[in-house]
Design a protein around this ligand. Structure first.
Ligand code: 1X8
Length: 322
């Protein structure tokens, strides 16, 4: 038990512990790059639990002890998205990418670059933060209406419940199950005589739709964020700036993107990614190519269901694992 500590000292120490433990969580769960031992994390966590037990009113809403509620979820409320979650047109070869580039050139009035990003094979999520605090998370659903999965998202240690800045924003990304966690989970389920998941995407979807946040917490889900809603309101003028801003706020982003000038460079990026795909600790099913400058995205505009300023190059489906 920690030495007798007065209320004011306890308040300061709780603040310190919450910031420190949340940073350690980000390194361990999101970056898979811990800087302290599990024992050190557990020691600090126990100190925080003791202080919150001694002074319950000092418990902060972004405390790591508040991530996983005890209550089961009755069901998933419907949530209408602030703006439609877009779907992407697909390309399956270089010719189709070149046709995409020609369409962009026809519409764009100003010079632009492209940003190539990995296409994460998970499930899309939209998360709202108010003054830095996670307030709501919803699945994509049909793009306009999704399901409220806030309690389950709070249980994913790789997703911050408080950002480094007290910013009000909405971010979107992909929740995924790392390949290693998928293999471990299926091994456990097989040993328990339960059905196994066909792939990490199904495992992530099944986990996120679980009515018990404790089960969600146990499955080591992660997420990459790649969309900042209304980015220019936050001072980001390109997709690259939006990614780096979300990273600075403490959100897990995928740094394997490349800013490229012309479409023939994208093929080099695709071939590079296709080679390293097997060695990645997460599954990808392609590359997303976007016009980098938001002002040019506006010029290029949308079709009825998808942006004209982006396209998904899809890899050939991997042979079924025998
Ligand atoms: N449907 C969509 O708009 C997207 C889907 C995905 C995905 N599964 N992974 C990465 C990105 C990205 N980096 O933009 C996008 S964008």
């Amino acid at each position: 038990m920690s030495k007798a500590i007065n209320f004011e000292q306890a308040g300061k120490r709780v603040e310190e512990l919450v910031l420190t433990l949340n940073q350690y969580s980000h390194e361990y769960y999101a970056l898979d790059a811990p800087t302290v031992s599990d024992a050190e994390y557990d020691r600090l966590y126990r100190e925080l639990v003791n202080l919150e037990t001694m002074y319950p009113e000092l418990t902060k809403q972004d405390s790591p002890t508040q991530r996983v509620g005890d209550a089961l979820i009755e069901g998933f409320e419907k949530v209408e998205h602030s703006s439609q979650m877009l779907s992407l047109e697909n390309a399956f070869n270089l010719e189709e990418l070149e046709a995409f580039d020609r369409r962009v050139e026809q519409q764009a009035k100003s010079s632009h670059t492209y940003l190539s990003e990995m296409k994460i094979d998970g499930l899309a999520i939209a998360i709202k933060y108010e003054n830095g605090y996670l307030v709501q998370a919803a699945t994509r659903g049909d793009g306009r209406v999704g399901e409220d999965v806030t309690q389950n998202i709070r249980a994913i240690s790789a997703i911050p419940i408080r950002l480094r800045d007290n910013v009000t924003c909405e971010v979107r990304g992909e929740v995924y199950m790392p390949k290693g966690s998928f293999v471990k989970l299926n091994k456990e389920r097989d040993e328990e005589g339960k059905d196994i998941f066909a792939n990490p995407r199904n495992a992530a979807a099944g986990t996120l739709r679980n009515l018990n946040p404790k089960i969600t917490a146990s499955r080591n889900l992660n997420a990459f964020f790649y969309t900042l809603v209304d980015p220019e309101e936050h001072g980001a003028n390109t997709q690259k700036e939006a990614i780096e801003l979300m990273n600075a706020w403490g959100l897990h982003v995928n740094h394997e993107y490349e800013c490229i000038q012309s479409i023939d460079e994208v093929w080099a990026y695709i071939e590079k990614v296709e080679k390293e795909r097997q060695d990645l600790p997460y599954e990808i099913d392609g590359v997303v190519l976007k016009v980098n400058e938001f002002s040019v995205q506006e010029e290029v505009g949308m079709t009825v269901k998808a942006p004209r300023w982006a396209i998904a190059y899809k890899f050939k489906a991997e042979e079924a694992q025998t």
